[in-house]
Write a protein that binds this ligand. Structure first.
Ligand SMILES: Cc1cc2nc3c(=O)[nH]c(=O)nc-3n(C[C@H](O)[C@H](O)[C@H](O)COP(=O)(O)O)c2cc1C
Length: 221
């Protein structure tokens, strides 16, 4: 698979088959992803790749909390600015319309939206997941390094025939994740990522993108 195909076939998959992810694939992906760039090569990430019993335990703990109505963990970073300005606000609501519209959930049915969102904490049925941490002393430039790292992982997964869904949602159950993974105190959970083989029945269609001229300016000949 060439890079162009990996980029254009990657999408946030929210339905996976239970087919196990070969360990060799995960090892190949993580070994190659280590070559992702970072400012001054400081590699400010730490990824836990989790399968089997430990992942089942994380899902179970999150599921129990959800069922008990246990409140989410206080986020350790701001997922979005409190006041999203235009055009980001409109793009976000267009995404919500598409995501929940594809599931037949109307805008006003917040409970049904919440139920659909709760599949996040079952990793949408995926048999593998990655939990990506960043050292809490890091600033915006290093968070951007982590983003590049995660995209590198997701593209390499495509080359193995695998799909993924990056999930900030896991930051809301970071304590349950930490109970199983025991990360050192200096690490902060940025996001989780579901990994597996896509369930062909799930595909809700491609998300759109803003017209190129809204996000890119070509200058020169
Ligand atoms: C950092 C990050 C966090 C995300 N968190 C979630 C999440 O918690 N749950 C979810 O279903 N999708 C999540 N997504 C997926 C986005 O909604 C998705 O990438 C976006 O709508 C574009 O769609 P596409 O990836 O299918 O092209 C996240 C994506 C990124 C990059």
């Amino acid at each position: 698979m060439d890079v162009h195909e990996a980029v254009t076939t990657r999408r946030a998959v929210r339905g996976f088959t239970g087919r196990p992810v070969p360990k060799g694939s995960l090892e190949r992906v993580m070994s190659a992803a280590a070559w992702a760039p970072s400012g001054s090569n400081i590699q400010p990430w730490h990824a836990y790749v989790v399968t089997g019993g430990p992942l089942a335990e994380i899902k179970k703990r999150a599921g129990e909390r959800l069922a008990a109505g246990d409140p989410w963990d206080e986020p350790e970073y701001e997922m979005y600015p409190p006041e999203l300005t235009s055009p980001y606000r409109e793009r976000r609501s267009a995404f919500g319309e598409q995501r929940y519209g594809a599931l037949g959930i109307p805008r006003e049915d917040l409970e049904a939206r919440q139920r659909a969102a709760s599949a996040n904490w079952d990793c949408f049925g995926a048999p593998a997941a990655l939990f990506c941490y960043i050292d809490r002393t890091m600033g915006p430039a290093q968070w951007s390094d982590v983003g590049m790292y995660l995209q590198t992982v997701m593209l390499l997964l495509r080359a193995e025939g695998l799909h993924s869904c990056p999930q900030m949602a896991w930051a809301k159950f970071r304590r349950s994740v930490a109970e199983v993974l025991s990360p050192p105190d200096e690490l902060l959970l940025f996001c989780g990522m579901s990994i597996g083989f896509a369930d062909a029945a799930e595909d809700p269609g491609r998300t759109g993108r803003a017209p190129l001229e809204e996000t890119v300016t070509f200058v020169g000949d």
